[in-house]
Design a binder for this molecule. Sequence first.
Ligand SMILES: C[S@@+](CC[C@H](N)C(=O)[O-])C[C@H]1O[C@@H](n2cnc3c(N)ncnc32)[C@H](O)[C@@H]1O
Length: 273
Amino acid sequence: MTDGHWARMGAIWRFVGPPLRPSAQDGALFEAAIHQWQKQHASPPRALILGVTPELYSLRWPAGTTLKALDASQQMVDAVWLGSPSAAVIGSWTAIPFADNSLDIVVLDGGFGMLRYPDQQAQLLGELRRVLAVDGIFVVRLFSPVGRTGSTASIFADLAAGKIASLDALKLRLWGALHGEPTVGVQPRRVVASIREAVGEFDQLATRYGWALPHVRALEFHRDSMATYYLTEAAEVARLAGEELGGFNLLDITEPDYELGHCCPIVTLQRRG
Ligand SMILES: C[S@@+](CC[C@H](N)C(=O)[O-])C[C@H]1O[C@@H](n2cnc3c(N)ncnc32)[C@H](O)[C@@H]1O
C-alpha cells in the first residue's frame, strides 16, 4: 500500500472503529498475553508495536517497559502515534531495523493481511524469530473473515434492513465475501466497487444509516488503489510460524465475543528456544 494512502487514512483515522480498530475486549486480551509473559520474567519487557495503533500504545504495559513503534509511513506517525516521536521508527516490517534477540514482546493489530501471502507473511514471521529473544511473544489480531460473513447478496440485504452497525463492519464482511484463494486475496478496490453498485453514491450511506460523511467519502481513496489484502486464517499463521519456519510455538488463539469477533482472532506465538 502506498504511503499516500496512509497519509490520507491518518486524516480519517478517528472515524474508524471496532472491528477494524481494537475494542476494549481486544485490549484486555493483548494485556493478558503481556502480563502472562511478565509473570515469567523478572525484567520489564522490551516491546514493539508494528504500526502506530493508539489502543496498543495505551495498553497497561508493565512498569519500566521500553515501548517503540515501527511503521513505514511518517504521515501515519505524525497523525496517529501517541508516544514520543523518537520512539517511532520508520521502516519495514519485513526488514525490521532491530538487532537479533533485542525484543520480548511484539504486537500488531490488523495489519498482517497487508503483507502478501505466503512470502511476505513468512518474511515478517522470520524477522520476528530473529528479533525476539527466546520465550518472546508475538501477539496479533488478525482479520480472518473468509467463509464467515455470508454472500455479498446477504450482506447487502442486511445493510438494507439496517442490520449492519458500521461502515467498518460492512467492509470486514465484504472482505470475507469477495476474498479469493489465500494467494489471491481481496482488493479493497473491488469491495468499494461492490458498495457503489449496491448503494449508488457513497453519501447515501451517511444519509441512510447516519455514518460519518468523511468516513464514507474516504471509500473514494480505494477506487484507484492497487492494494490487495491477504486475510490468512489463524491456524495457517500458526502453521507458517511453527512448522514452516520452525521458530514459534502457538500459545493461544482467542475469538473475542463482540459482533464479528469470530472474524478477528487474537493469536499469541512464542519464540522457541
Ligand atoms: C497496523 S496496520 C492496521 C491498523 C488498523 N487496525 C487497521 O486495520 O486499519 C496500519 C499501519 O500499518 C503500516 N504498515 C502497513 N504495512 C507495513 C509494512 N510492510 N511495514 C511497515 N508499516 C506498514 C501503515 O503505514 C499503517 O500505519
